[in-house]
Design a protein around this ligand. Sequence first.
Ligand code: CMC
Length: 388
Amino acid sequence: MAFKYGGKVDFPITVTLGRGLEGAITNESSIGYVDGQEGKLVYRGYDVADLAEHSSFEETAYLLIFGKLPQKDELDEFDRQLKENRDIDPKIIDILKKLPTTAHPMSKLEVAVSSLGCFDPITINNVEIGTQAGIKLISKLASVTAMLARIRKNQDIIAPRKDLRHAENFMYMISGEIPDELTTKVMDMALILHADHGMNASTFTSMVVASTLSDMYSAICAGICSLKGPLHGGANEFSLENLIKLTSETEARKWVQDCIKNKVKIMGFGHRIYKVYDPRARIFKRYAKEICEQAGKSDLYKIAEVVEDEVVKAYGSKGIFPNVDFYSGLIYNSLGIDTSLFTPIFAVSRVAGWVARILEYLPNSRIFRPRAVYTGPTDLKYTPMEER
Ligand code: CMC
């Protein structure tokens, strides 16, 4: 939408207003590239499909933050720091236990990150301190999320283990059992696939907060608040909830038709940038089939395929295809993870991208300060109450 300014404004120019900042450029970055036309996602030059296949979350987080694939000693040291930081102060666990059981884990995660910041009151205004805080947060977000899963079910907290890999320890802290190889592989892959995605709402939110030179904990907490919404990270929960209500293929097709007729958005589909199939969804779909079969949930997978088929038939020409949130939920559900934990898991991964982008911006940081197009009057005279 183009606006021609006139009247009492301080910059008489024509501007283009993209609703939801569509088309706006915030900064330069060499962290990741989302190719919405080709359906490709790149982290630091590497195709995410390759990373999902061959890398680990630890290595991918290192890549995002430090800009290169690590040498063995570099990865060992990074991994050591992640492991060392897994513990959560018992006072924070007490705070989390006192919150209402019914509160959404994302709200509790906000409290947890703010609390972590209270126990580690450091600032973000240099890269070194920000990096230390970032590594702590990447480590601790996984521990806290697993603890929230257990608190929600009134189960005892399981202490982290320092001999397990990040994804492995995360699943162990949720279930109390060391996961099998496929489960670890799939969770690791899920964490890799969600780790960064351009200037999405939560990344932008956390960067805006960091651009004020606020601390890393506040910036990451803000990212979590933004990720929670159903149009962003929260879509994975809503998507799965819709799917599990459908009991047959006929019902699934009818449900999609009803959504289309009533102009209801179907969660897990569509994307601002991708106008073709989301490359992450393609990878999740492949694993979802296998994991659903293994969990005896092939019917759920079939329902999902039918929903995809109907949605793409109706909206494919508009560039609406499954996004990352459609098949990931099937995988988590088949791994026995509660739906309310899906978005927190997104945060456990995306924190790596938030940290990387904040640290990249920091050396030349300038406070984000866009403007709104003011459409109201500028010359009203104040009227006292009795004269209105
Ligand atoms: N179901 C039905 N119609 C849709 C959908 C959908 N999921 N997504 C977009 N559309 C339609 C929308 O109704 C609009 O149609 P029209 O032009 O006729 O008014 C058109 O496509 C453009 O939609 P929009 O909402 O203006 O697109 P956007 O770029 O602002 O929003 C989106 C992108 C992801 C918010 C949107 O596609 C959506 O709401 N999807 C459902 C929620 C979801 O799955 N979110 C997760 C996104 S991926 C992971 C993440 O970023 O967290």
